[in-house]
Design a protein around this ligand. Structure first.
Ligand code: SF4
Length: 295
């Protein structure tokens, strides 16, 4: 049933996008069919079990670089939002279609009304490594690119310290529009559970297209957006989880390091990134191994 709703949504989206059609005239039979569909959808329970199994099976892979962690998936985010259709013959095209769709998305009307840009994601469609954050802040909303503020600059330094560039990895967020804050208020807010559940299909589709070999979840909200409320970032970081077969390392958000600049905390994040480098079989120099060891 949810596939039917998504198919209908896609069709109307297609008409709007490709033919500029703004009104769709339906025959009486189609109208009756839609009314039956709407009634059936209304009667569905709040949470629909995912026929394909939990969204995030943690099977114990990713042993090589520090072992994996088995956690309960019972609290994983609801999968009410059906997967997005991926179209296009290349990764670039597939990501472009998804980005175009996100650019006109108004599933969260309160966010769509206030955003300057939809911050879809940036980087290499063939990236081996993908970073996942929570949501755009003010700087990202204005620029339309994830992680460009102070925390983003620190993330760029972390990527460079690994021997990579921003252009070699892919960076995306759980939520693509800036969570709104009251007019005239400074700062950013954490996205709500509802906002994360509504938007996460875009990220899932990005992951499906890019197929990274490893991922890093930056901060507790990024982990929660993918797995549900499974624990504090302090208790989760340092051990691989697995997201749809992909080893995923939770670590602190760079903004945490901006607030806690001790070498001890920097070293914790660096050790998490070293495990990612081992997982990806990247060369690691002695100098890299010893970063932030002096307290
Ligand atoms: S946050 Fe995501 S789901 Fe909500 S309006 Fe923006 S793109 Fe759409």
């Amino acid at each position: 049933m949810t596939e039917s709703v998504e198919a209908l949504r896609n069709y109307v989206h297609f008409l709007h996008e490709h033919d500029g059609v703004r009104q769709v005239r339906l025959t009486r039979t189609a109208q009756q069919g839609l009314q039956r569909l709407a009634a059936a959808v209304k009667a569905l329970p709040e949470s629909i079990p995912n026929k394909g199994g939990p969204d995030n099976l943690l099977s114990g892979r990713a042993q090589r670089a520090g072992g994996s962690r088995e956690i309960s998936t019972s609290s994983a985010p609801s999968v009410n939002e059906p997967p997005l259709e991926i179209s296009g013959s290349s990764k670039v095209e597939q990501l472009r279609h998804l980005a175009e769709r996100a650019s006109v998305c108004v599933k969260c009307p309160h966010l769509a009304a206030r955003r300057h840009n939809v911050v879809f994601g940036v980087g290499n469609p063939d990236a081996k490594l993908m970073f996942v954050g929570e949501a755009p802040g003010e700087d990202e909303d204005l620029k339309g690119e994830p992680f460009v503020g102070r925390a983003g600059q620190l993330l760029t330094k972390m990527i460079l310290a690994m021997g990579l560039t921003r252009e070699q990895v892919y960076i995306g967020n759980i939520v693509k529009c800036r969570p709104d804050v009251p007019e005239g208020t400074a700062g950013n807010r954490k996205p709500t559970k509802q906002e994360m559940e509504t938007c996460v299909p875009y990220l899932r589709a990005q992951i499906e297209v890019i197929k990274p070999s490893a991922m890093v979840a930056l901060g507790a909200t990024a982990v929660e957006g993918l797995f549900g409320p499974v624990g504090t970032i302090g208790s989760l970081r340092g051990k691989f989880l697995e997201y749809r077969g992909i080893p995923l390392m939770p670590t602190y958000h760079p903004s945490y390091l901006l607030r806690n600049q001790s070498n001890t905390e920097k070293r914790k994040v660096w050790e998490d990134l070293l495990k990612i480098m081992e997982q990806l079989e990247m060369p690691i120099s002695e100098k890299q191994r010893n970063f932030f060891l002096r307290t």
